[in-house]
Design a binder for this molecule. Structure first.
Ligand code: SF4
Length: 307
């Protein structure tokens, strides 16, 4: 049997609560209500007890927080849309509807590093949290949730916009023609695809490959942020304006974001063109190569020698 006073001294519970609070802060939730303790509810297994109270401690009477466990909660409970709307309703009403997150002048978020050997498991737990997600409308048209691909300990991470048809079919990011070009970009800087980590702002394919709506991107991107915190890359390359917008929390023309190094969650963030755009306008490949050279410089990489 666990008692509240004993729980407060439990390092594992304290750590779980700190992690959960941090995740909700990233979602924009900063105010919580405390319920009276139902003693009967505490007469349970300590681990189950800790998990359930971690949720209770942060849920108001009328809950607005999403469940973090993918399986047991009802789908209605898993809908975070009220969070995005309740926290950012005024923001969306005023357009342009981009996420209210840190701007360039904000101090970069730096999460405590997950030990290298634990990163694969930590990523798997995020995937389990996503579950068979119905948190945003994109679930209606998807075949597969496209979580990520690559090394959990990568020094370099690429972030795109969202899955396309090939990715939706295969369950992996960047596997179509744009993916082939991304593979070539990775080779050009002397790395293999399996040495980097690749993910998207949204994990389900938007209909007709449209740009994700702000509410969709805002709902899904906290999972991406958690992936970034676990992988802890030294450099992140944002592929295209949508990825740059939702990572940096600021809508700006790509030209104003390229060519410099931004700070994001303890990583150096570089913005370049989306490979799909480069397929349509190959003349911009030279510019993209210049961006990749910034990434190489930050990573201390030299281009592979030919021949
Ligand atoms: S895009 Fe993200 S939030 Fe929306 S349904 Fe898919 S996994 Fe869930």
């Amino acid at each position: 049997m666990a008692r509240p006073t004993e729980d407060a001294a439990d390092p594992a519970l304290r750590s779980a609560l700190v992690e959960r609070m941090r995740f909700y802060r990233e979602l924009g939730l900063t105010e919580f209500y405390r319920r009276a303790v139902d003693q009967a509810a505490h007469d349970q297994d300590p681990l189950e007890d800790a998990e359930s109270r971690a949720g209770d401690a942060q849920e108001p009477e009328k809950s607005s927080a999403p469940s973090l466990s993918g399986g047991s909660a009802s789908e209605a409970e898993n809908q975070p849309e009220p969070i995005a709307l309740s926290v950012q309703a005024n923001f969306f009403a005023e357009e342009p509807a981009i996420p209210a997150r840190k701007n360039f002048s904000a101090p970069p978020h730096v999460a405590p590093a997950v030990p290298l050997e634990d990163r694969a498991v930590a990523l798997r737990l995020i995937r389990e949290d996503i579950g068979d997600c119905t948190r945003c409308a994109l679930h209606k048209g998807r075949h597969t949730i496209v979580f990520a691909d690559g090394s959990p300990t990568a020094r370099l991470m690429f972030v795109g916009e969202g899955p396309g048809a090939d990715e939706d079919a295969q369950g992996l990011p960047f596997v179509g023609r744009a993916g082939q070009l991304l593979n070539n970009m990775i080779s050009a800087i002397g790395l293999k695809r399996e040495e980097v980590y690749i993910a998207n702002v949204v994990k389900c394919r938007p209909p007709n490959n449209r740009t994700p709506e702000p509410v969709e991107a805002n709902t899904c991107s906290p999972f991406l942020f958690r992936q970034i915190d676990v992988v802890h890359p030294e450099v992140i390359v944002a592929l295209g304006a949508t990825a740059a917008t939702y990572l940096l929390g600021q809508r700006q023309p790509l030209a104003g974001l390229r060519g410099r190094v931004h700070a994001f969650r303890g990583a150096k963030l570089i913005v370049t063109y989306h490979p799909a755009f480069l397929l349509r306008d190959p003349r911009q490949k030279k510019e993209a190569w210049a961006d990749l050279q910034i990434a190489m410089r930050e990573l201390g990489l030299k281009p592979p020698t030919r021949g």
